[in-house]
Design a protein around this ligand. Structure first.
Ligand SMILES: Cc1ncc(COP(=O)(O)O)c(C=O)c1O
Length: 423
């Protein structure tokens, strides 16, 4: 296939048939959670109907569950680029990060330092900020507010060999789409002898992740942001897991990845997560010709197809997002917030509109079938620094592989109408 087949992609998502007051719904809320393809729905149902059991038993459904869980670890590894033993599952990214902070925090003492950023979602800030109560010094990398990018010269001075123990940052901002140079941050952490913790929740829908190339110790994401069920995933570098003691029951498996997985997992969610990764691989197989020149020769099997699928989405969405930004910028009263054109960013577009709080605008768009988010999306520090907290934050338009040009044109027309309604 030499073009991106958005009609095929859309045909996989039953939710896209939804209408509201006769208008088709445009799901522009992807950064809050994507829609779910049929194969994920089928996998969840099939697990619950045909294989539902706890694992480790000596009968068919339990053995099938063991095999399904092993397959989910393999799929997670194909998605992130690690080994199956380096990918564990949990309730969601936030809960996994609190668990991780508990494990890493045991080695932290008063006077040790942790580096977080002002750009991040609270899920990769609050778990580390808590250590201040114990005398740990939490340092925050500032954001250049004009470009919504991290201040890297400050970053370099804040990470201090021997003092910094954890460097926590996001792969991409869920509020404004900035993509950070996470390999550079992981390198800074490594040379200081600190752990690196990357929040890839927003990025995971927008580009291929290769944990080896990033070189981080831990990377977390959530399957519901890339077509799967509500399940969190964590990559933990094997050598890193060997050096920490996660909270676990005495009876729990002490080997990775199970050492990170407390209690009974959301098995139907894991079955659905594998199906979501297979869905991305299917997109990759269908669109391989579009991205062939960007696939390295070493990539094989499902990992290769997953990378191709992620790249195909990027190739499709990036021009749509650029066009959207241009059209929105031309509307009176619209102010875009995000990195400058040409710098790395996801296809998430955020703006404010004079005369409307973000909530008022989102509500007015919602009744027209244009589902966008408003607020701070838990990236509260950035929104506060941008001075937007009192105006309800940002209006956020999230593109996904199923978004169409028509939907974006409807959005632009609706924003233009709102702008004209202001005297
Ligand atoms: C960038 C980012 N990090 C973390 C989270 C939290 O993820 P979860 O809901 O899996 O805890 C979100 C959710 O919106 C997010 O966008």
């Amino acid at each position: 296939m030499t073009h991106y087949d958005v009609a095929y992609v859309r045909s996989q998502f039953p939710a896209l048939k939804r209408t509201i007051d006769g208008l088709p719904v445009a799901y522009l809320d992807g950064p809050g959670g994507t829609q779910t393809p049929q194969r994920v729905l089928d996998a969840v149902r099939e697990y619950l109907v045909d294989h539902n059991a706890n694992y480790g038993g000596r009968f068919a459904t339990s053995e099938e569950t063991d095999a399904m869980v092993a397959e989910a670890h393999k799929a997670g590894a194909d998605f992130l680029g690690g080994d199956p033993a380096e990918v564990s599952f949990g309730a969601n990214m936030t809960t996994l990060t609190y668990f991780l902070a508990e494990a890493l925090g045991r080695g932290l003492h008063a006077g040790d330092e942790v580096v977080i950023t002002a750009l991040d979602h609270e899920a990769n800030r609050s778990p580390w900020l808590r250590f201040a109560e114990r005398g740990v010094v939490v340092r925050e990398v500032p954001v250049d507010l004009a470009t919504c990018t991290l201040d890297w010269s400050a970053f370099e001075t804040l990470v201090r060999p021997g003092r910094t123990k954890v460097v926590a940052l996001g792969y991409a901002s869920n509020a404004v789409g900035t993509v950070n140079d996470v390999a550079r941050a992981a390198g800074l952490a490594r040379s200081a002898g600190a752990w690196s913790v990357v929040d890839a929740v927003h990025y995971a829908l927008h580009g291929p992740i290769d944990v080896r190339a990033v070189g981080c110790d831990f990377l977390l994401c959530s399957a519901y942001k890339f077509f799967g069920p509500h399940v969190g995933l964590m990559y933990a570098r094997r050598e890193a897991t060997a050096q920490v003691e996660p909270l676990r029951l005495a009876t729990q498996h002490a080997e990775p990845p199970y050492v990170w997985e407390t209690g009974t997992l959301n098995f139907e969610g894991l079955a659905g997560t594998t199906a979501a990764i297979d869905f991305i691989a299917d997109l990759g197989e269908r669109h391989a010709a579009l991205v062939e020149d960007r696939l390295s020769a070493g990539l094989k099997g499902r990992r290769r197809a997953v990378v191709a699928g992620m790249l195909a989405g990027e190739v499709y969405e990036q021009p749509l997002a650029k066009g959207l930004r241009e059209q929105l910028a031309a509307i009176r009263g619209v102010t875009l917030h995000g990195p400058p054109e040409g710098s790395p960013r996801t296809s998430t577009v955020s703006f404010t509109l004079d005369g409307f709080t973000a909530g008022e605008a989102a509500r007015a768009l919602g009744v027209r079938g244009l589902f966008v988010w408003d607020g701070d999306f838990y990236a509260a520090r950035l929104v506060e620094l941008l001075g937007l907290a009192e105006h309800g934050g940002l209006i956020r338009v999230g593109l996904a592989p199923y978004t169409t040009q028509d939907e974006l044109e409807r959005l632009v027309a609706a924003v233009r109408d709102l702008s004209r309604s202001v005297r």
